[in-house]
Design a protein around this ligand. Structure first.
Ligand SMILES: [Zn+2]
Length: 387
């Protein structure tokens, strides 16, 4: 039995029934009424007669939101084509992700300009903007980023992208201890661009200075930075100590030990965690060799590595991340879902999406008892149907 929840279309009104995952609880037999693009009403004990008998045990999630995704289904945002952007949008819908920041790799300015141009012209409806991961990072902690194009932070360079693409630049991951970085952090803070610390060698004091200057998040905590040391807490220690800082985690069971995931969830609280995938084009495809930002990465058993053996993004999907986070961290499913929906929406300053609430956008995902996505709606439109 793979049927999950019921979809009833009565006189133009769309009604979804199932286990509703609200931000703070699960309603076992609930009903969502969609009116146009938005959620009109939530009934926790529906009384209207069943129009169909397709009521089952599956969940209804809010649409998942990924702040850090490079690609999926053979495509990468760095391909910088209309076709790639549209294909990624469709593939993400198939795994329950209805909104996302297209994430770039460290690259020459011309390559990044091409991505902004493609984002501007393709503008798939799930694209909330671009997350630039690099090129202003620490060479020693570059992970799968290309060494040759890493450069000092530059307000001029970023200003150029903003002139070109306006509000499409939403987030930058940088090493806050690097040359020019704090100046850029201040500039971004004034221009409502999020800055996340990552691929960094920052000391504890440098990290605190960055948080004070407006850096609000840490990119894939523990990965691409020195480990936590008890006399030298560094970026990891600072991120864990500061309750106002949110941390990305890649919960694929490879990037972080499950015990670390549990510890971080306990320290930060589920609302301090951002579940991201850092997914690359190999996601949803077979093992093999793939391009990532101009480098060849090899995927074995779903784990992507560079020729030097560094982890190179993941092949994780957000629906899997949610269930694995609940499992590894021993948190409630609604808290895990929140870390991949409401929390990222709030980080982006979007206050009408990321939760099943009246008045919010009708971005919804039907998930079966095995955690598989069966159907996805964006703004009330069915955009994926596994049948
Ligand atoms: Zn990444």
């Amino acid at each position: 039995m793979t049927q999950t929840g019921a979809v009833i279309d009565v006189a133009g009104e769309v009604v979804l029934r199932g286990r509703l995952v609200l931000p703070d609880r699960i309603v076992p037999h609930g009903e969502i009424i969609i009116d146009g693009e938005r959620i009109a009403e939530i009934n926790v004990s529906p009384t209207r007669p069943h129009v169909t008998d397709r009521w089952t045990d599956g969940w209804i999630f809010p649409g998942l939101i990924d702040l850090h995704v490079h690609g999926i289904g053979g495509r990468d945002f760095m391909d910088a084509t209309d076709d790639a952007f549209q294909a990624i949008d469709r593939s993400l819908a198939s795994v329950g992700c209805t909104a996302y920041l297209g994430t770039t790799m460290s690259a020459p300015p011309q390559a990044l300009q091409a991505v902004f141009e493609a984002a501007r012209t393709a503008a798939p409806s799930g694209l909330l903007g671009i997350h630039m991961e690099g090129p202003f990072i620490h060479p020693e902690h570059r992970g799968a980023q290309s060494l040759e194009v890493i450069r000092p932070a530059s307000v001029d360079e970023i200003e150029g992208y903003v002139k070109q693409a306006g509000r499409l630049l939403r987030r930058i991951t940088l090493a806050p201890e690097g040359p020019g970085a704090l100046e850029l952090v201040n500039w971004c803070h004034q221009h409502a661009i999020l800055v996340s610390a990552g691929h960094s060698h920052a000391t504890f004091d440098e990290a605190l200075a960055a948080f004070d200057a407006g850096v609000g998040e840490v990119t894939h905590l523990f990965n691409a930075m020195p480990p936590l040391h008890h006399r030298n807490p560094g970026l990891v220690g600072a991120a864990l100590a500061r309750s106002d800082v949110k941390v990305e985690m890649i919960v694929d069971g490879i990037h972080l030990h499950p015990a670390i995931i549990q510890l971080v969830a306990r320290l930060k609280g589920p609302q301090g965690v951002l579940l991201v995938t850092d997914a690359i084009r190999a996601t949803l495809l077979q093992d093999g060799q793939y391009d990532l930002g101009g480098q060849t990465v090899t995927v074995i058993d779903g784990v992507a590595r560079t020729s030097q053996g560094n982890l190179a993004g993941s092949t994780l999907t957000l629906n899997r991340a949610v269930f694995q986070f609940a499992d590894f961290a021993q948190v409630d499913l609604f808290d895990a879902v929140r870390a991949a929906s409401l929390t990222p929406a709030q980080v982006l300053g979007l206050y009408d999406q990321g939760a099943i609430r009246p008045g919010y956008l009708a971005d919804l995902v039907l998930v079966d008892t095995l955690g598989r996505v069966r159907a996805t709606w964006r703004r009330g439109h069915l955009i994926f149907d596994a049948r």
